[in-house]
Design a binder for this molecule. Structure first.
Ligand code: ARG
Length: 584
């Protein structure tokens, strides 16, 4: 139990003893958002005052008087026990707040214990199995900035769960199956050149050009769609030529995916690091369709098979097409069936996919519950908002897309312009990628992003480079003052300032911020915290010297503070998949 929870419990006992006619009253104690006066604060007296019976009210003229009374009761507990909050200072503030102030000694103790542990984060007491699926680009289509969002957010959610002590499987649901392969094969056969594609640096791009060409030609020639359908049918029935070209498309696309994942330092654990693509489930779909049918959830309509939801909660979900071929949904169902048997029926499955697929995932999850596969909280869709560039939403068919490659190259070029000649290429990439990743993670992921290069790379604002820069500042301080600084600090130095203490308090909040992010599967809580830490550090640094600290004790304390800030920044950024640099 945290100190705050213990306090809450004590206060609850006191309230219930003093006011037995209000047994359901639960006092809340919070950490004020503004750092400063109080470590914790409670509005219990204000809440309680409104609920008092007339007789009780006669004893307390104002909420402040009631707060004073509760304070006295708490003081008694402080006196007669050697409780954890014996050092706590309790004050009452108008119009009836109870404030709790922890002495520096409390924080000093935490500092000393942090120094000794290799783990800054609390480990879960209920480890669970999570399958986190992210990235999931499509073969022979562009790896878009939307897939990048999924990659970045998904990877950091997996990191958070892992850091808390859960068992995490990382999967990539690559789109490598579906009727579009009929079109793709037709296009390659008609206009493509395999040798050129083999030799190309970026064959995925050329496949998209072919795909676009197909759609343009199909507008005037209606036989093309039929020809494409025939190719897909061949693919489904195992025709060697169809299979060969399909496999080629996969190899060509992975040339690009491998490059991207390597650059982003993103990994997957499943299926030898490539994830189980949609095609892996091809042979498992028939059984799933049969199960849905057996459970009487399937309705035929003009040859297609659909699932209707009770009370029409959602529009019907199509499971097989008129021509009998499978759909995205069929493959997802087979995928989850596999996951539940492969990882265990209690595995929690998270899909990091754009918000535009929200309705689809609602339908999918509802169906999986109707089938009795999962409990309500076992399926989670983390939905990221769209990234908007000036060109608007992108569509593969018309070829109007923002390629990830272009964004990364641009990020690198801009970083180079800003950083000049001081840094080597690997360092520039760390900054460029840090900027892109931070921009994806710093806000609630459901919010759409309107992409602005100045915001992304701004050194003074809430940006990746700002955080990386704060880290390098820490390192430069640590190398300036090399003496024997790691001694245990036994008492809080008298010469220490409020800002010294505030910086320490901020450092201590790291664990809490990560716990919050993990609980909500929302990495932005870590970003918000790290940004505040970096700001607190920077303003502290502007008027506090480690080197010229007035006493050796204070120098020792400050050196240790800087060391911890560096450690938290590095570890926190790594959780987000962002690398730090030694210098900038
Ligand atoms: N490949 C899909 C797309 O690009 C995303 C797949 C998401 N995952 C899933 N299980 N449906 O839109």
């Amino acid at each position: 139990m945290t100190l705050l929870e213990q306090l809450e419990q004590q206060l609850k006992t006191i309230c219930h003893q003093a006011f037995p006619d209000l047994p359901n009253f639960v006092p809340e104690i919070r950490r004020p958002t503004q750092t400063g006066i109080a470590d914790f604060s409670s509005s219990a007296a204000l809440m309680l005052f409104g609920q008092l019976s007339p007789t009780a009210k006669a004893n307390f003229s104002t909420p402040t008087a009631l707060a004073e009374f509760l304070k006295q009761q708490l003081e008694k507990i402080k006196l007669d026990s050697n409780s954890v909050f014996k050092n706590l200072e309790i004050t009452v503030a108008s119009p009836g707040f109870i404030n709790f102030i922890l002495p520096p000694a409390h924080y000093l103790q935490l500092l000393n214990s942090l120094k000794q542990t290799s783990k800054l984060l609390t480990q879960t007491t209920k480890p669970q199995k999570y399958l986190v699926e992210y990235s999931s680009p499509n073969i022979a289509k562009p790896f878009t900035v939307g897939h990048l969002r999924s990659t970045i957010i998904g990877q950091s959610i997996a990191n958070l769960l892992k850091a808390a002590g859960h068992q995490v499987f990382r999967d990539n649901h690559v789109g490598d199956w579906g009727t579009q392969f009929g079109k793709q094969i037709y296009a390659i056969k008609t206009w493509g050149n395999e040798t050129e594609l083999d030799q190309s640096q970026n064959p995925a791009k050329e496949l998209v050009t072919l795909y676009v060409k197909f759609h343009q030609a199909a507008e005037t020639d209606s036989t093309l769609e039929d020809a494409a359908r025939a190719w897909f049918q061949k693919l489904e029935t195992g025709d060697p030529e169809a299979r060969r070209l399909w496999q080629k498309c996969i190899d060509w696309s992975w040339k690009e995916f491998d490059r991207i994942y390597q650059k982003l330092e993103v990994t997957f654990t499943e299926n030898k690091g490539r994830g189980y693509g949609e095609s892996f489930f091809e042979t498992q779909m028939a059984a799933v369709v049969a199960e849905i049918k057996a459970k009487k959830l399937l309705t035929s309509s003009q040859g297609a098979e659909l699932v209707f939801f009770p009370n029409d909660q959602f529009p019907p979900l199509m499971i097989t097409k008129k021509d009998g071929s499978s759909l995205y949904s069929t493959r997802d169902l087979a995928t989850d069936k596999f996951r539940l048997s492969h990882y265990g029926k209690d595995v929690i499955i998270i899909n990091e996919v754009g918000a535009e697929q929200q309705l689809y995932f609602q339908q999918l999850f509802a169906l999986e519950q109707l089938l009795g596969w999962v409990k309500p909280n076992q399926r989670i869709h983390i939905k990221h908002g769209l990234i908007r560039f000036k060109t608007g939403k992108m569509s593969t068919r018309k070829g109007n897309v923002v390629w990830l490659d272009e964004v990364l190259t641009e990020a690198f070029a801009r970083t180079q312009t800003i950083a000049g000649q001081r840094l080597i290429e690997t360092e520039l990439w760390k900054i460029a990628l840090g900027a892109i990743k931070w921009n994806d993670l710093k806000r609630n992921c459901e919010q759409p992003i309107s992409f602005d290069w100045n915001e992304v790379l701004r050194l003074e604002g809430n940006s990746g480079p700002y955080l990386q820069y704060a880290y390098t500042r820490c390192l430069s301080v640590l190398t300036q003052v090399k003496a024997n600084q790691d001694l245990e600090i036994l008492t809080w130095p008298e010469t220490a300032t409020d800002q010294d203490l505030n910086l320490l308090k901020k450092i201590i909040q790291y664990d809490e911020s990560v716990m919050r992010a993990t609980e909500h599967l929302a990495p932005h809580f870590v970003c918000t915290y790290l940004f505040e830490l970096a700001q607190t550090f920077n303003s502290w640094y502007a008027n506090h010297s480690v080197l010229k600290a007035p006493t050796p004790q204070l120098q020792n304390l400050r050196w240790q503070l800087v060391k911890l800030v560096a450690r938290v920044l590095k570890e926190g950024l790594e959780l987000l998949g962002i690398a730090v640099l030694e210098k900038m």
